[in-house]
Design a protein around this ligand. Structure first.
Ligand code: IMP
Ligand code: MG
Length: 183
């Protein structure tokens, strides 16, 4: 069977920004970098649901580490492309992280409010270290000072969908990252 997902799934309301091949290449590099940095360390990798699910599955499988996996869920985007500003904790961890090396994985950093909340919350619990990995970063949108330790791609200010990122719950299953642009 031979077909290219990118060609098959291109649609009129999404313009491809980062192809699935480009994402896979970058995710592999990030996985290798994280593997080197956390060699011999007991690492807990925390994914922020829901947007991270695709990136998280690929990233964690590109890490050659005995990593423990956990998830948290926070909410800020009610609907559409604008955030309400308030970040609520919907699902917390079910174990302490004291003394653990924690790597938080996010799909995209926009205003930085979500990660500000998450890092404050986790830092209080005294992990051995706390780092951030994000697939995408929109630095021009930042409202608070948050910097990732590992960044897949830095992008301009566009609302993007695909590879886990959604618009009102849809488009997450596109294999590429694209700019949402309704007709
Ligand atoms: P922040 O709290 O403003 O940094 O936003 C982080 C969250 O907003 C991310 O985890 C995403 O769920 C969502 N978000 C921000 N920008 C986009 C986008 O361009 N497309 C889809 N979701 C986004
Ligand atoms: Mg998210």
């Amino acid at each position: 069977m031979s077909f290219k997902w990118d060609d098959q799934m291109v649609r009129s309301d999404v313009a491809v920004m980062i192809s699935s091949e480009a994402i896979q290449g970058r995710v592999k590099e990030l996985g290798e970098q994280i593997t080197r940095d956390y060699a011999q360390k007991d690492v807990l990798v925390i994914g922020l649901l829901n947007g991270v699910y695709v990136f998280f599955a690929d990233l964690t499988r590109s890490m050659d580490l005995d990593a423990e996996i956990a998830f948290m869920r926070l909410g800020s985007y009610g609907s559409g492309t604008e955030s309400s500003g308030a970040v609520k904790l919907i699902q917390d961890l079910d174990k302490p992280i004291k003394g653990r090396h924690v790597l938080v994985v996010e799909d995209i950093i926009d205003t930085g409010l979500t990660l500000q909340r998450v890092t404050a919350l986790l830092q209080e619990r005294n992990p051995a270290s706390l780092k951030i990995c994000t697939l995408l970063d929109k630095p021009s949108r930042r409202k608070v000072q948050i910097k990732a330790d590992y960044t897949g791609f830095s992008i301009d200010d566009h609302f993007v969908v695909g590879y886990g990122l959604d618009m009102n719950g849809k488009y997450r299953n596109l294999p590429y990252v694209g700019v949402y642009n309704p007709a």
